[in-house]
Design a protein around this ligand. Structure first.
Ligand code: THG
Length: 365
């Protein structure tokens, strides 16, 4: 490229930035106005570590939106179509958020820290502004902030060994999305069993950015015997596993979708009031126009790509939001949206060439 991208005041550095640079980060992306590592120079080795041993990811760009105060629970519930009635302290939940027209605007993990304190661990959109505005407009007694919290993910089949070595054997019994407030050599953090892969793992929500490098190095040292290495949220694995990515699979400004279209239908409850309820009632009545699907792209392994129209008889009937070659499957796979009721033969056009596409069930693996 004949240009560089400047790291100015509008582009935030993660608490782990110095450690990732020191350990050889080769590509960054931007997420929630923050630099997030893309890879460390050997994507294939990074994928293999995730599938066979353990990887550590700087996911500090998964920012927390804290809701605190007497009406925090009320606001949390009003922000999501998902019923939070049975959510206990120490439990996380996957909670899509919608705008008033029913379009998905984020898909955070919600952590209930106390009856009056919640974190929304957000994907890439400005939910702190949204939540603060809604709370204030409602006149509710709730403070919305972005606290000093920086998640570090350890993912892969050996992640549990690393976590057990650091925190003790009780972590083996933690449930998915369960979490606890703890510390590591005086470094305050929340330990959760979660992460954006289906290989198993934990997320360490560091609560003091000044100790980012120290935490990175503790995890790196503990993981050495299990083959830990740096990596980043992995698009191939997430396609294989059918995990969604706000921004890639849906984004309000460019390729919006409602929760029924992207497979969040079972997370929608109409028993409580929430932003977008009327719009989603209308969608539920008629049924969604599109549905989430896996796709297999015929032919040679293809370099990764995103956002391409899905064609049937030359007509766009949906889109593939992201695709990549899976060596575990020996196929180029993707995720997309397709008109409800359609099946048979499809195609995409890439660099002027047609490629046959067939639909597939999610997850692939
Ligand atoms: N961890 C944390 N914060 C995050 C993410 C994360 N914020 C941004 C982004 N990822 C949010 N998106 C997702 C998407 C999927 C999942 C978690 C966060 C996920 N899904 C499981 C699945 O789809 O099978 C479980 C869903 C469920 O239980 O309903 O884990 O990764 N801290």
């Amino acid at each position: 490229m004949p240009f560089s991208i400047g790291i100015g005041p509008n582009l935030r550095k993660s608490a782990y930035y110095e450690a990732t640079v020191r350990d050889g980060v080769r590509s960054f992306s931007v997420y929630n106005h923050m630099l997030i590592p893309g890879h460390f120079g050997d994507p294939e080795a990074e994928y293999d570590r995730l599938i066979h041993s353990v990887a550590m990811w700087d996911v500090a760009a998964q920012r927390q939106v804290e809701l605190a105060g007497p009406d925090a629970g009320r606001l949390a519930q009003y922000l999501t179509p998902r019923d939070l009635g049975k959510t206990r302290i120490g439990q996380g939940r996957y909670v899509p958020l919608c705008d008033h027209d029913g379009w998905v605007i984020n898909d955070p993990v919600l952590l209930k820290l106390a009856e009056d304190r919640f974190w929304l661990s957000v994907a890439d959109s400005d939910i702190h502004l949204w939540a603060a505005a809604i709370g204030r407009e409602k006149g509710w007694d709730v403070q919305v902030s972005e606290p000093d919290v920086s998640p570090l993910a350890i993912q892969g089949p050996k992640a549990v060994e690393v976590a057990a070595k650091l925190f003790g054997d009780h972590v083996r019994e933690m449930r998915y999305f369960g979490f606890e407030e703890t510390a590591l050599g005086g470094i305050p953090l929340v330990l959760a069993r979660s992460g954006w892969s289906k290989q198993g793992g934990f997320e360490l929500y560091l609560m003091d950015a000044a100790q980012g490098v120290a935490l990175w190095d503790l995890v790196k040292a503990a993981g050495a015997e299990f083959g830990i290495g740096p990596g980043a949220p992995n698009d191939i694995e997430r396609l294989e596993s059918g995990l969604l990515s706000y921004g890639a699979d849906m984004r309000l400004q460019s390729h919006r979708a409602n929760p029924f279209e992207v497979g969040f239908g079972k997370l929608v409850s109409f028993a409580h009031d929430f932003v977008g309820r009327d719009a989603l009632r209308a969608v539920a009545k008629t049924g969604p126009a599109r549905r989430l699907t896996g796709v297999v792209i015929d032919g040679q392994p293809m370099p990764p790509g995103h956002q391409v129209a899905l064609l049937q008889g030359g007509v766009a009937v949906g889109h593939v939001s992201e695709f990549a070659y899976s060596k575990r499957l020996g196929k180029t796979i993707g995720i997309g949206l397709v008109g409800v009721g359609l099946d048979g033969a499809f195609a995409i056009k890439l660099d002027g060439q047609d490629h046959d596409v067939t639909l597939a069930e999610l997850p692939f693996i």
